[in-house]
Write a protein that binds this ligand. Structure first.
Ligand SMILES: Cc1cc2nc3c(=O)[nH]c(=O)nc-3n(C[C@H](O)[C@H](O)[C@H](O)COP(=O)(O)OP(=O)(O)OC[C@H]3O[C@@H](n4cnc5c(N)ncnc54)[C@H](O)[C@@H]3O)c2cc1C
Ligand code: FES
Ligand code: FES
Length: 493
């Protein structure tokens, strides 16, 4: 089972490996040790590499390159893709423009984080035609450095772009058509069924390519672990040191990778990544632009799926409150039967969902926004970027200018599940433009939720900040500029 690796067009066989092996472990055991391990949980960026996948745009095969965290991606999920590591950038002695710029701008001190920064900058260099501070911040959102203070690294990003603007093409741009051809040659690896015997036991990895095969496989193997990108699941391997005996990957199932925009609804396949879903989401709900900016880091958004976020059922996951407020439904599939359920009914208790053995999420169905509908989202976390919510709130308001006002509110971090805030909805509908909203919202939240106290926030803080977010939303609906409300502590500082 092969990938393309760095500058070679010749397929590279991953070899017989334990299916629980991460890309990072695989690289380092193959003497590609430029990619470093810092946290092994997707938080520091030391392990960043770039993965290229074939996409067809306007009937033309192209390769889309994305940065990923190799520490929490499994090696077998790269089959048929192009992996570029820091070893693959220079051409002989000649360093890549981003490497040269990191040197001339003094972007490296102790150097441990440097390969990760170089790879994030390489993805930026490769993917963007022009540069601004937002794009740089986004590209570097998953990379931590304790020594340089970031300024020289940001200068390196600008400097490498000045080289690019002079028309300098790097190896991968110059040789794109050869890589496209080589990746097309790997397409024959359709359904993947790998068996690994470590002497005592056999570990299985299956990656079907279509919905029926996935469904059949899960029906025959109800206890198999479903893997999407693994940004939640693989922490079991890297942090809890567990080993999965049977992994079924959904990330090659073509039907789960599709987005269908119809007149009345948008259907997003469960294996669509955040970056892939972003344009359709932001086009219909512009508020989601800044909200998604707050979701994890770019390497996580490039890889992690929306279906994985919902199925993971974390009470502090960010998409569920938003999708609840948007009155979304889930299409579930088991064997040959499908059922559609309202998303808010999916979450039963802490990390427990309605999913039955062998059942999986096929897609998320979101009604198209009506005229004048306004979605307002809030995320409270300790860090602006790459941090999980303490509290998340999504308020969807329809008919604000008519007598038939409708309010749907989804909340995260307020109980053991992502939950609709029906009491707050009533209060908001009644008093959204009144002075007493803050107090009434606090009382409604206190009636409906008994939030927990943990490292992220106390129960009382969660109640108070949520009431504040309801007030902030009302001010936003009344036309106040968000910048004026920085004291609500959601702003970047
Ligand atoms: C550094 C870091 C930062 C993060 N930041 C955020 C954040 O800001 N906000 C946030 O909400 N989350 C965050 N996360 C969590 C995670 O990235 C998301 O929950 C992500 O969407 C999970 O998707 P995945 O494809 O990686 O799922 P996986 O890890 O592959 O799967 C998660 C769970 O869902 C199940 N599953 C996956 N797909 C299906 C399916 N189609 N049907 C049934 N079950 C399925 C799996 O079996 C598993 O139990 C972060 C994670 C990391 C590592
Ligand atoms: S090692 Fe820290 S993000 Fe991978
Ligand atoms: S150069 Fe030392 S951590 Fe970044």
């Amino acid at each position: 089972m092969s990938i393309l690796l760095n500058q070679s067009y010749v397929p590279f066989d991953l070899g017989e490996i334990n299916p629980n092996t991460t890309v990072l472990e695989w690289l380092r055991s193959n003497q590609l040790v430029g990619t470093k391990e810092g946290c092994a949980s997707g938080d520091c960026g030391a392990c960043t590499a770039v993965v290229g996948e074939l996409v067809n745009i306007n009937n033309k095969d192209l390769i889309q390159y994305k940065s990923i965290n190799t520490c929490i991606a499994l090696a077998y999920t790269l089959i048929g893709k192009h992996l570029i590591t820091v070893e693959g950038l220079s051409e002989g002695e000649d360093l890549h423009p981003v490497q040269k710029s990191m040197i001339t701008e003094n972007g490296s001190q102790c150097g441990f984080c440097t390969p990760g920064f170089v790879m994030s900058l390489f993805a930026l260099y490769h993917n963007e035609k022009s540069l601004d501070s937002t794009k740089i911040n986004d590209a570097l959102s998953g990379n931590l450095c304790r020594c340089t203070g970031y300024k020289p690294i940001i200068s390196a990003a600008y400097k490498s772009f000045r080289e690019k603007e002079k028309g300098q093409l790097d190896f991968y741009e110059r040789n794109q058509s050869e890589f496209v051809e080589a990746l097309n040659g790997l397409k024959n690896q359709k359904n993947i069924n790998l068996r690994f015997n470590d002497g005592n036991k056999t570990l299985l990895f299956d990656a079907p390519s279509n919905l029926n095969d996935l469904s059949e496989l899960l029906s025959e193997n109800p206890s198999a672990n479903i893997l999407a990108a693994g940004t939640d699941l693989n922490l079991e391997i890297t942090q809890s040191k567990n080993e999965f005996s049977h992994i079924v990957s959904v990330n090659r199932v073509s039907e789960l990778k599709q987005i269908n925009e119809q007149d009345s609804e948008i259907e997003i396949g469960a294996a669509v990544s955040y970056e892939e879903a972003k344009s359709v989401l932001v086009k219909n709900w512009p508020d989601l632009d800044s909200f998604l900016e707050r979701f994890a880091s770019l390497p996580i958004k490039n890889w992690a799926t929306i279906g994985g976020n919902i199925a993971n059922a974390s009470p502090i996951g960010d998409m569920a409150p938003v999708l609840i407020a948007l009155e979304s439904k889930l299409k579930l599939r088991k064997g040959v039967s499908s059922r559609i359920i309202v998303l808010e009914d999916f979450f039963v208790s802490y990390k427990k969902t309605l999913l039955e053995p062998s059942e999986f999420i096929e897609s998320i169905v979101i009604p198209m926004p009506s005229n004048g509908e306004r979605l307002i989202t809030h995320k409270i976390s300790k860090r602006y970027e790459d941090d999980i919510s303490a509290v998340c709130m999504a308020i969807n308001v329809k008919g604000i200018e008519s007598s038939s006002l409708s309010v749907k509110i989804g909340m995260g971090g307020m109980s053991g599940i992502p939950q609709r805030a029906t009491e707050l909805e009533k209060v908001f509908k009644e008093s959204w433009a009144k002075d007493e909203l803050l107090e009434a919202a606090y009382e409604a939240l206190n009636r409906e939720f008994s939030p927990f106290t943990d490292v992220r926030a106390s129960a009382e803080y969660r109640l108070k900040v949520s009431a504040g977010l309801a007030k902030k939303s009302s001010l936003m609906l009344q036309g106040y500029a968000v910048e004026d409300l920085a004291h609500f502590s959601e702003s970047k500082s």
